[in-house]
Design a protein around this ligand. Structure first.
Ligand SMILES: Nc1nc2c(ncn2[C@@H]2O[C@H](COP(=O)(O)OP(=O)(O)OP(=O)(O)O)[C@@H](O)[C@H]2O)c(=O)[nH]1
Ligand SMILES: [Mg+2]
Length: 301
């Protein structure tokens, strides 16, 4: 029997936990069962009580205190501890049946997605072996990043990096769309949904620049007093452009828009997740006559 789930990832504060809550509520509204797993050892408050909470195994606060580690080192320690005690995760998940959607809320430390091999190992444990979960990554980036275009491309690069590292079905989501509603024109927004590298050339927030390095120095794009160019100016622009071009060359990243307060938006994101994990293929259609038979026998559906 297969199992089905989504791993909700993304940078700190991207709206992962809020999305998990909204998704769980949406699933409940649609009478779909859900198994909620919190893997953020620092998470304190929940709208829905997790069915499985890493804090029952290890908490970041305890690790920081007892091991004298900072928040990032502490988080890595927590995940290494989880990997050494995988039964904590695998035993309860083993009981979950195929009609459930397993929703896994992840912490926001970007190191976890880019620097250390823990997450690929965790994903392998969940997707392969006896658990055999059909899992889809939902990578959130908050929509307000589109106001700062270099920041948007840097966030997009982190999404692509997670995508390449994890080698699993992956959807990217622009969260907190309510915060940019009315501020960005539809046509302009489309250039972020399918990231367009030319966005950097026509960035209204950046000063016009020359092709000529000397001219750039005169205009203050480069600081002649520094051997390395500063984090603004022509070199910085070229770097951003190269990153944007790289993203475009891979043609792998596009975004779904998410407004957690809008049921249609949630339904659309969920349908992409369901497609990616082929959830509906596994659900046996219930014959109407089965319902009638159960009702006549007094069995509660
Ligand atoms: N306006 C708006 N605010 C949101 C939305 N989603 C989340 N927020 C706010 O953004 C902040 C962070 O949201 P969380 O859901 O905790 O984000 P997270 O990604 O789980 O954060 P970490 O777990 O700390 O990495 C909170 O103050 C939320 O209320 C949204 O869709 N719209
Ligand atoms: Mg969170």
């Amino acid at each position: 029997m297969s199992k089905y789930g989504t791993l909700v990832m993304g940078p700190a504060g991207a709206g992962k936990s809020t999305f998990c809550s909204a998704l769980i509520q949406h699933l409940q509204n649609n009478k779909r069962p859900c198994f909620y797993v919190n893997l953020d050892p620092a998470a304190e408050e929940f709208d829905f009580e997790p069915d499985l909470d890493i804090k029952d195994l290890i908490s970041l606060a305890d690790v920081m205190e007892e091991m004298s580690l900072g928040p990032n080192g502490g988080l890595i320690y927590c995940f290494e501890f989880l990997m050494d005690n995988l039964d904590f995760l695998t035993e309860p998940l083993d009981e979950v049946t195929d009609e459930y959607l397993i929703v896994i809320d992840m912490p926001g430390q970007i190191e976890l997605y880019t620097h250390v091999p823990i997450l690929p190992d965790l994903v392998k444990t969940l997707m392969r072996g006896s658990l055999n979960i059909n899992l889809c990554a939902a990578y959130l980036l908050e929509a307000t990043f589109i106001v700062d275009r270099p920041k948007f491309f840097s966030g997009t690069l982190s999404a692509m990096s997670a995508m390449l590292m994890l080698e699993m079905p992956h959807i990217n989501i622009l969260s907190k769309m309510d915060l940019v509603k009315g501020q960005v024109k539809h046509r302009e927004l489309k250039r972020f949904i399918d990231p367009d590298p030319n966005l950097l050339d026509d960035d209204p927030s950046r000063k016009p620049k020359g092709d000529d390095e000397e001219e750039d120095v005169q205009r203050g794009y480069q600081d002649p007093g520094l051997t390395k160019s500063v984090m603004s100016g022509a070199s910085f622009d070229r770097l951003n452009k190269a990153v944007a071009q790289l993203i475009d060359d891979f043609s792998m990243v596009s975004f779904l828009k998410l407004d957690v307060k809008d049921e249609d938006s949630l339904a659309a994101v969920l349908s992409y997740i369901d497609d990616a994990i082929q959830y509906h293929e596994a659900q046996e259609p219930k014959e109407p006559k089965d319902d009638a038979l159960e009702a006549s026998m007094g069995i509660d559906g």
